[in-house]
Design a protein around this ligand. Structure first.
Ligand code: ZN
Length: 448
């Protein structure tokens, strides 16, 4: 008897464990329990207020192709284009209600080219772009949500931040029975060069295939406006959560954005902004940005920098003096929510004074016919003998003849002028030019 007691208790334990496993397995095999979404009440969460002023381009996929037989249609003929549009219009309502600025690539069943869709986003410099679609597959049982980004994840970090939030929220809202292993896909999987609309959009851009209209049951649901609205609500929550997580950025302090500096070694300072402090929240004084995530690009090339944490300041170490002309500064940052900065290029211009001006007439003599003219190339160089910055004005004046234009702009330090002869004047003389970039240089005379 003494030996039996432990055995009985062992059996009990085994039974309990087995029962537990059985229950678990049964739950996994019953996806229907998940696929009974609770009624969405479409409540606007308080964090959606951070959408105010955010510029978003919504792109309902396709349109204007109803005349094409069987083109992107479900088993009973529901057109993907009309579902995409209904969802986008509901989403537009949710977003504008909280003050987002929304651009729609279409608001009716008209055809809009891929490049026109991207152009709308690029022209308006939107914060991000979302293309709304529904999927098709030959297997009628396939039905899940997927979100797509352009090309390589390394080059689409900001798009992926948005994609994660949208994917998760649409999944949670539609509660489809299937979930793919990742849910986030590169458009390279379908087309080597990626989806045209993501490739041509220069702002962070994603494309979401919310569900499969090729699934007969899903097609029936997609016909219902309340279901379309629920999908839009899923997008809305995802977008709102993404924006609530803060959009960090680097702000060029010196040289001032869009200003000109004479020095070739300016002190480039960038202020770090996590996208959260500006809300006046109670938090540590230091901007909530991972310091090792900071990357500064000058004219597209990563340059070394120093991050002064206490001042939240980035100071760029210039590898060599800058060339004359426009320079682009970009800063990549990641805040503690994991959000990457939106692409933001700021510029300043290096414009050293001209120290030397050369004039060259294209010919030495002109016929005294009163109609001929001579081209004169003016070359302005800085003190290092390098051409001055592009697009700077160069003025010219003449003591005889007539200049077609007295002002031209520099390209590679050069500007061209055209001197017309005067029939009553002698046909040889001197041209004189002056660059307005330098004030002390004496007028330079060139015989022709
Ligand atoms: Zn589509």
């Amino acid at each position: 008897m003494i030996g039996l007691k432990p055995l009985l208790s062992f059996i009990c334990i085994v039974l309990i464990v087995l029962t537990g496993c059985g229950e678990k397995r049964e739950k996994q095999e019953k996806p229907d329990e998940w696929h009974k979404p609770s009624q969405a009440d479409f409540a606007i969460p308080p964090y959606a207020r951070y959408l105010e002023g955010i510029k978003i381009c919504l792109d309902p996929g396709h349109g204007g192709q109803a005349h094409l037989p069987n083109y992107k249609r479900g088993p009973t003929g529901l057109r993907e284009a009309e579902v995409n549009l209904r969802v986008a219009l509901y989403l537009h309502e949710f977003l504008t209600e909280v003050g987002a600025i929304v651009f729609m690539t279409r608001t009716d069943d008209s055809f809009v080219s891929i490049s026109d869709r991207s152009k709308l986003a690029n022209k308006n410099v939107v914060d991000f772009f979302i293309s709304l679609h529904h999927n098709f597959f030959s297997n009628p049982e396939t039905n899940y949500t997927s979100t797509w980004y352009h090309q390589d994840a390394d080059d689409s970090r900001t798009s992926l931040d948005l994609a994660r939030y949208v994917q998760q929220s649409v999944v949670d809202t539609l509660q489809l029975p299937q979930f793919p292993p990742t849910g986030l896909y590169s458009d390279r999987l379908v087309i080597p060069s990626g989806f045209g609309v993501l490739r041509q959009t220069k702002r962070p851009a994603i494309l979401c295939e919310a569900s499969f209209y090729s699934d007969p049951e899903e097609e029936q649901r997609l016909k219902e406006k309340s279901y379309n609205k629920r999908e839009a609500y899923g997008y809305f929550l995802g977008i709102a959560r993404y924006v609530a997580a803060g959009l960090p950025k680097g702000i060029l302090l010196t040289p001032a954005p869009e200003s000109s500096v004479e020095t070739k070694t300016p002190r480039i300072q960038i202020r770090v902004a996590d996208g959260l402090h500006e809300r006046g929240a109670w938090m540590l004084k230091r901007q909530q940005v991972f310091s090792d995530s900071i990357r500064v690009k000058l004219d597209g090339t990563v340059v070394p920098h120093q991050y002064l944490r206490t001042e939240d300041l980035i100071v760029v170490t210039l590898p060599k003096p800058l060339s004359n002309g426009v320079h682009l500064v970009e800063t990549d940052l990641v805040n503690y929510y994991g959000n990457h900065s939106l692409p933001n290029k700021q510029w300043f211009k290096v414009v050293p004074p001209a120290a030397k001006l050369k004039l060259r007439a294209w010919t030495k003599t002109l016929p005294p016919d009163g109609a001929s003219y001579v081209g004169i190339t003016a070359t302005a160089l800085d003190k290092n003998g390098l051409p001055i910055a592009d697009d700077e004005p160069i003025h010219a004046q003449t003591s005889l003849g007539r200049l077609a234009e007295t002002e031209s702009t520099s390209q590679n330090g050069e500007a061209r002028f055209y001197l017309h002869t005067d029939a009553t004047q002698p046909q040889s003389g001197r041209a004189q030019g002056e660059s307005c970039l330098q004030r002390q240089i004496s007028n330079h005379h060139h015989p022709f």
